[in-house]
Write a protein that binds this ligand. Structure first.
Ligand code: RIB
Ligand code: CA
Length: 313
């Protein structure tokens, strides 16, 4: 079976990093054309450095990292050091990456690699603010002819917001980019807080990962140890929700998730609710569906998958 061609666009961030480690282990299933980075959890100079460091931990010398937008399309950048730490991937030792950053801008890489992909389309896998994806679409709309799916982490319905009362972080940081992506007309699969908050990194799950004793698993456990502290205090929960790895887990084992065709619109006008994802789960607007909204997940199956692939290193 042909490998699925993907581009991961991310803002590492511990959960972005774990998503990369999951994807890098899927050497039989995924052909990773490249990793593009965007400002989000921490500024761009850290997200791109972090992505290159994760490539080293994974031993993936073949994967190139590109830097993209250092700010959202319209609004000023907001970052999340209170969640992710000042490095963005607190919980592991920060060492200088072994490979240089690619000189090409991430937006141009997304455009060129999608237009030039042969023998099959490309799946875009964004797990941060959607600035790079949106600007690539605006700059070169024809890339959409060769994009089969956009599989993204972002949004919220029943869970409410995690960075404002109404909006999830990725959508809040660049709501205008999110609007462009949700209106682009290509199939979108959306993993929002409603499903990620079912995937808590409990102490038992972290120790199960740590026991694998691979370099990638040890790094994952260390990042989760740090990543847990903010959300367990905020939500008084047994662990932090593991957001971004929903995207690659879906590519590898879609049956883990329950999804529903919905219309999803992003608020870009109201200062009070900007970035809110209006998920028309019950079809009350009569608008055409533009996305698959993930609303349930086999949590144990998800962590079994993560352990299986982290154990491959
Ligand atoms: O709201 C969670 C999302 O925001 C995740 O992608 C996390 O990495 C942060 O970017
Ligand atoms: Ca992210």
């Amino acid at each position: 079976m042909a490998k699925r061609k993907i581009i991961i666009d991310c803002d590492p961030g511990q959960d972005d990093a774990i998503n990369l480690l999951l994807a890098f282990a899927a050497t039989d299933e995924l052909d990773i054309l490249g990793v593009t980075t965007v400002a989000g959890n921490v500024p761009l100079e850290l997200t791109e450095r972090n992505a290159r460091l994760i490539c080293d931990i994974a031993g993936r010398d073949d994967v190139c990292v590109y830097a993209g937008c250092s700010r959202p399309m319209v609004r000023a950048l907001i970052t999340a050091e209170k969640v992710h730490g000042t490095t963005g991937i607190d919980g592991i030792e920060i060492t200088p990456p072994s490979r240089p950053l690619e000189s090409r801008h991430a937006v141009d890489f997304i455009i060129n690699s999608t237009l030039n992909a042969i023998d099959g389309p490309v799946t875009l896998v964004p797990t941060g603010p959607l600035s790079n994806i949106a600007i690539a679409i605006v700059k070169e709309p024809s890339i959409l002819d060769n994009v089969d799916q956009i599989v993204l982490m972002g949004g919220a319905m029943r869970e409410g917001g995690n960075y404002s009362p109404s909006a999830e972080f990725n959508m809040l940081v660049d709501p205008h980019a999110a609007h462009v992506v949700f209106e682009c007309g290509r199939p979108i699969v959306v993993f929002g807080l409603d499903v990620t908050h079912q995937l808590l990194a409990t102490r038992e799950r972290i120790e199960r990962i740590r026991a694998l004793s691979t370099r990638a698993a040890t790094a994952t456990a260390g990042m989760l140890d740090f990543f847990n502290r903010h959300d367990t205090e905020k939500y008084k929960s047994g662990g932090a929700p593991l957001h971004d790895p929903c995207t690659v887990a879906y590519l590898l084992k879609p049956d883990l998730f329950e999804c529903k065709d919905c219309n999803i619109s992003v608020e870009i006008h109201s200062e009070l609710t900007i970035g809110h994802t209006a998920v028309d789960f019950w079809g009350v607007t009569g608008k055409d569906s533009n996305a698959m909204w993930a609303y349930d997940v086999d949590a144990d199956g998800f962590y079994d998958l993560l352990v299986e692939y982290l154990g491959r290193y």
